[in-house]
Design a binder for this molecule. Structure first.
Ligand code: T5A
Length: 207
């Protein structure tokens, strides 16, 4: 049987990676086959693109080049990892996907959202997530968590208004697609978020 595709979205330091790991462990313990992956990245080739995107050799990419690099990375990821894993019956838990492109390159960098969706449709085909958790957190809290790591990439260095636009974008994406998207309060206690996500996953898939 085909696996399920779950994506985790939100601004910087919102807690996605922490919760993906929890959900993966729980689903594995329930006997499901599960793989965890991320964008940009997820295959050897896409990880090379990730490094180029997050740490440009020169100061910054033009916004359109950056968009195309994200889409190239996603195309590799879908063809060589996500789709084969789903066909093989695995649940695929993915840290970021198309909603990040809409939020960051659309709401953040100002590229027309319709154009992004059209270009993305060329490389994504019909591979839409079955369920998406959108983590919402005050910008300052998320950025300070991300900065605690001590490393910074091209997006974390953007000004505060960029991150506020992202937050607005993610909320609008969730509101426009309520059957797929579920908003998570990223500032809640880690254990509460964990229980909330597990409950929603079980409800959504009738586990
Ligand atoms: N991007 C990506 C685009 O611009 N376009 C695209 O199309 C795509 C796919 C990827 C960047 O690429 C951009 C978006 C991103 O900027 P990344 O390193 O993967 O870069 O960035 P993030 O996904 O933002 O990774 P982060 O690690 O910053 O955030 P997470 O995964 O949301 O947060 P997490 O779980 O690592 O937690 C951060 C810290 O907070 C703590 C954790 O222990 C950790 O220290 N924490 C909590 N603390 C208190 N309470 C909680 N509830 C907590 N949850 C976690």
């Amino acid at each position: 049987m085909r696996g399920k595709f779950i994506t985790f979205e939100g601004g910087e330091g919102a807690g996605k990676s922490t919760q993906i790991t929890f959900l993966k462990e729980t689903l594995l313990a329930q006997g499901h086959r599960v793989v965890q992956t991320r964008e940009p990245g997820g295959t050897k080739n896409s990880e090379i693109l990730r490094e180029l995107i997050l740490h440009p050799p020169e100061r910054i990419w033009s916004s359109m080049t950056e968009l195309l690099l994200h889409l190239a990375s996603r195309h590799e990821h879908i063809e060589n990892f996500i789709e084969p894993a789903l066909q093989d019956g695995h649940w695929v838990l993915c840290d970021r996907y198309i909603d990040s492109t809409i939020a960051y390159q659309g709401y953040g960098k100002g590229i027309d959202v319709i154009l992004i969706r059209e270009l993305n449709a060329l490389i994504q085909h019909d591979l839409n997530p079955d369920l998406t958790f959108i983590f919402d957190i005050p910008v300052e809290v998320g950025l300070s968590r991300a900065q605690m790591r001590g490393t910074s990439d091209t997006y974390e260095s953007m000004d505060i208004s960029f991150h506020q636009n992202l937050r607005k974008g993610f909320i609008e994406i969730a509101q426009n697609d309520p059957n797929r998207c579920y908003i998570v309060d990223g500032s809640a206690e880690i254990d509460n978020i964990r229980e909330n996500i597990l409950k929603k996953t079980e409800q959504h898939f009738g586990l």
